[in-house]
Design a binder for this molecule. Structure first.
Ligand code: CA
Length: 220
């Protein structure tokens, strides 16, 4: 899943990126407010981690603009630890949660998974769809209770499809959440899905010709 990391301190930005990448997310960094606003307004992110103190346009203004334009992706505000004014302003501007700096990797990940579950309608760190189970804490996928080997890219694809089960996910959308930028018309994604089907051992991921992929809890 693609996550926008908005942070002007390079050390913090790369630290957050590493944490996200190690947990199966695809991070993309914006280091100033204007860039962040533009990316969040024009591209599709599963979530945003937003520092509030930013050059060119502050975090609160970025968030307000997104919300006024109807952008609904979950946003976690990074605030100065103990600064209650930051937290209140962040939440009033439309943040879904906040993490005080400095933070532990585990806290940030827990909050991120929390907002993703709430917006995706899932209450547990595990998602069960049909015979497939995905654990977002251990990054493990199992079929009929048996863990399968899965690569980081395959995990991203599986996780995104399961978070949107029952919906047709357009090819371009899933491509962006697995690879970020690139040519979505290439057959890279098709090859990835083919490998994933092989690993799962059955036709869990269905192709909707000309539209996208879908996973369903039960087959007709
Ligand atoms: Ca800052």
């Amino acid at each position: 899943m693609r996550v926008l990391v908005v942070e002007d301190e390079p050390d913090v930005a790369s630290h957050v990126s590493r944490i996200l990448e190690a947990s199966g997310f695809l991070p993309e960094i914006a280091s100033d407010g204007e860039t962040a606003w533009f990316l969040g307004d024009t591209e599709d992110f599963a979530a945003v981690i937003l520092d509030l103190g930013l050059p060119t346009l502050d975090g609160i203004s970025v968030l307000k603009r997104w919300r006024q334009a109807g952008r609904k992706m979950p946003v976690i505000a990074l605030t100065a630890r103990g600064n209650w004014r930051d937290k209140v302003d962040g939440i009033n501007a439309g943040a879904d949660d906040y993490v005080g700096k400095p933070f532990e990797a585990e806290e940030l990940l827990a909050r991120l998974r929390g907002v993703l579950r709430r917006t995706g309608g899932h209450a547990a760190p595990e998602i069960n769809v049909g015979r497939v189970r995905l654990n977002t804490l251990t990054m493990q996928v199992s079929v009929d209770g048996i863990p399968i080997k899965i690569s980081p890219l395959e995990y991203r694809a599986m996780s995104y499809l399961l978070h949107h089960h029952g919906e047709v996910v357009p090819f371009r959308e899933i491509y962006e959440h697995v690879y970020g930028n690139g040519d979505p018309t290439s057959n890279t994604l098709e090859a990835l899905i083919a490998r994933l089907r092989k690993r799962l051992g059955y036709e869990f991921i269905e192709t909707r010709r000309g539209a996208g992929y879908i996973v369903l809890a039960a087959k007709d």
